[in-house]
Design a protein around this ligand. Structure first.
Ligand code: FEO
Ligand code: CA
Ligand code: CA
Length: 662
């Protein structure tokens, strides 16, 4: 058998194909099918075009309305960039997109200069980590201009050893099986994970990192953290190194996240299964639990050099990962807290909003094919005094979404002792419900979705947007006239409307905002508005941001020259009025990269975005050579022949000032 030559990020996508959800719950496709079967019967509609009309009638109406209004009516009046692929990044005319910080740049005082041929764990632990993902901005209290001076928090999701280390190449393939890895390289990888806190300031319209800031911090895969909430101290959290089950070293695969109104950073562990290796007996107590999360995932060599990542040696260690971590960025000595009340699954993000009654509601996607959308609702109301909210995320109710065929939905609470969450079904406590969140969600009948990524509420409209990135594993035979994309390669976006405008409500209405992909190919079944240009459509929505004006911006992961004729990037997407479903291309990443981060300063004058894994190969191109440190698909952002590509955070501003994207 030939070794797959997928890139590391694509290999991660492929691993999502391993269906770990064997429950019989309805898939989102089943629900959509049922819903539109009924409507089709009512309306007597037939065919793909008719289905598109059923899905987003307002979107299809938009084209003519927008044409009549003229471009000035668009909430995204910027001049669209051309979709395409090359070694550089591109931003809409009239904007600057400046590199703020790159992998290896100093974060801590005294950090050594970046030398890619002389890396060490000690150096990396003081420098900006790899694969920047979530970006959050906190205005500096007391700053003259809070939108021009603050702290930036950044997740470092994972590492690409083939692009980071000279002469190494891919290590996670069966034919190689980490032959080139050693304790030193694993140590560097661990130090390149986690997150960074940096102080940033805008002077004369340009952002820069404040050197030697007292707030500067690196968090890594070995930083001491505490487990808090109902699962802390559970027998299933105890390890040889931590007999109390309350103290864990590090956070890993932190994807997206959120910022809270009380000034903390929520950073979300996603594909933690990749880091575990070894063998667990079929009848071991954690076997079923681990299997449901794809543990061990064997994508890194860590278990060889640190026995806690070997499931045979330390079967409970994995239970201490895949949580939402809360960090106070203003106190570099603070101990990060893994908030177990918020559930354990492959968290994409944790974007929150205050409910009508003042409680904090955190929406969360579980990014796996056929997994679920969750929300956590705190028991207590958010207090005006920030310190009173210190442990507010330890008490509350986790819910999982069921989408019904009539366009309604219900948030099902995951509470020990209620419904099927009882000892006979393997749940002897709330700790069990949380440690096995996916199994609990299976039991209550949640709806299987097409890889839920970011889920964000729009404070202006009260609506909630769910990015469903793709699901090529939905079999074509599951597709029907109402759900024409059994093989959902391009994803879609679902809009939720909470009952009574209350994010804490149990009920909601839902509809599809847009099905993604090329709308000019009828078989794709995309439903962007007809005002969307050939550059304006996108595939694989992943992260998103809502700006202060209530505009939705979508970041993508998985577009490429060979797949969609375009690199990933940012698109503005209209959600309201005649233009609903119209997308417009604002920014694109260099070859091999995905688009992460998107986060606005409170004045919308700066848009921070993160370029992740630049330089990977275009895996769908049969002629593409494997990307390595020596031969990347781009040397962005330095374009120095002696430098590898470097993941980096970019600050986008409007030349001459003003709101980005206007
Ligand atoms: Fe880390 Fe789901 O993207
Ligand atoms: Ca993501
Ligand atoms: Ca993704």
């Amino acid at each position: 058998m030939t070794e797959p030559t997928r890139t590391r990020s694509q290999d991660a996508e492929d691993r999502e194909d391993i269906g770990t959800n064997t429950s019989v719950n309805a898939t989102f496709g089943d629900v959509v099918a049922a819903r539109f079967d009924r409507r089709d019967l009512l309306r007597g509609l037939l065919g793909v075009g008719a289905i598109a009309a059923v899905v987003t009638p307002r979107a299809l109406a938009a084209g003519s309305a927008r044409a009549a209004d003229g471009a000035a009516a668009s909430p995204f009046p910027f001049k669209e960039i051309a979709a395409g692929s090359d070694e550089r990044h591109h931003v809409a005319e009239g904007h600057d997109a400046d590199v703020l910080i790159r992998w290896g740049d100093p974060v801590l005082h005294g950090a050594p200069a970046f030398d890619p041929r002389n890396q060490s764990a000690a150096a990396q632990g003081q420098q900006f980590g790899y694969n920047n993902d979530f970006v959050g901005y906190f205005p500096m209290p007391g700053a003259a201009d809070p939108a021009a001076h603050g702290l930036l928090v950044v997740n470092h999701e994972y590492t690409n050893e083939e692009l980071m280390f000279p002469g190494l190449g891919r290590q996670d393939l069966k034919s190689v099986a980490f032959a080139g890895m050693n304790a030193e390289l694993v140590g560097i990888e661990m130090a390149a994970h986690g997150g960074s806190v940096i102080e940033v300031r805008k002077t004369g319209g340009k952002w820069a990192v404040v050197p030697n800031s007292p707030y500067a911090r690196r968090i890594t895969a070995t930083t001491p953290m505490t487990l808090t909430g109902p699962a802390a101290g559970s027998e299933r959290m105890k390890t040889k190194a931590d007999p109390e089950g309350r103290r864990v070293l590090g956070m890993i695969n932190n994807c997206a996240g959120g910022t809270t109104p009380w000034g903390t950073w929520l950073t979300c562990e996603e594909n933690i299964n990749y880091y575990f290796s070894g063998k667990l007996a079929e009848d071991a107590p954690e076997a079923k639990n681990h299997k449901r999360l794809g543990i061990p995932g064997n994508a890194y060599a860590w278990g060889r050099f640190d026995p806690r990542f070997d499931v045979g040696t330390e079967p409970n260690e994995a239970n201490r990962f895949d949580w939402v971590v809360e960090i106070d960025p203003f106190d570099p000595a603070s101990v990060p807290k893994k908030r177990t009340a918020m559930g354990r699954f492959k968290h994409e993000g944790a974007a929150g909003i205050v409910s009508k009654g003042g409680r904090y509601v955190v929406y969360q996607g579980d990014d796996q094919r056929f997994d679920y959308v969750y929300k956590f609702v705190t028991e207590d109301a958010v207090a005006a005094d920030a310190s009173a909210n210190r442990d507010i995320l330890d008490r509350g109710t986790l819910h999982v979404a069921r989408f019904d065929k009539d366009g309604r939905g219900t948030w099902l609470p995951l509470i020990f002792g209620q419904g099927p969450l009882v000892p006979e079904n393997g749940f002897a406590s709330q700790a069990d419900v949380l440690i096995q969140t996916r199994l609990a969600a299976d039991a209550v009948g949640a709806t299987k979705m097409d890889r839920p990524e970011d889920v964000e509420a729009n404070p202006k409209t009260g609506k909630v947007y769910v990015m469903l990135t793709n699901n090529a594993s939905r079999k074509p035979e599951q597709a029907d006239a109402a759900n024409p994309r059994g093989d959902n390669r391009f994803g879609h976006i679902v809009e939720l409307t909470p009952d009574d405008g209350d994010h804490a409500a149990r009920g909601f209405a839902w509809e599809i905002l847009v099905r993604c992909g090329d709308p000019s190919i009828a078989a794709v079944g995309a439903t962007f508005s007809s005002a969307t240009t050939k550059d304006g459509w996108f595939g694989m929505p992943d992260n998103c941001a809502v700006d202060a004006q209530g505009r939705l911006w979508v970041a993508t992961d998985g577009n490429s020259a060979s797949r969609t004729g375009r690199n990933d990037g940012i698109w503005g997407l209209e959600t309201e009025g005649a233009g609903r479903g119209t997308a417009k291309h604002f920014f694109r990443v260099p070859n091999g990269a995905e688009m992460c981060g998107p986060y606005f300063t409170p004045d919308d004058a700066t848009f921070f975005v993160a370029v992740q894994h630049p330089g990977e190969a275009d895996e769908d191109d049969p002629n593409a050579k494997p990307a390595t440190f020596e031969a990347p698909s781009t040397r962005w952002p330095d374009f120095d022949p002696s430098m590898p590509p470097r993941p980096a955070v970019i600050a986008i501003t409007r030349r001459g000032g003003g709101r980005v994207g206007s």
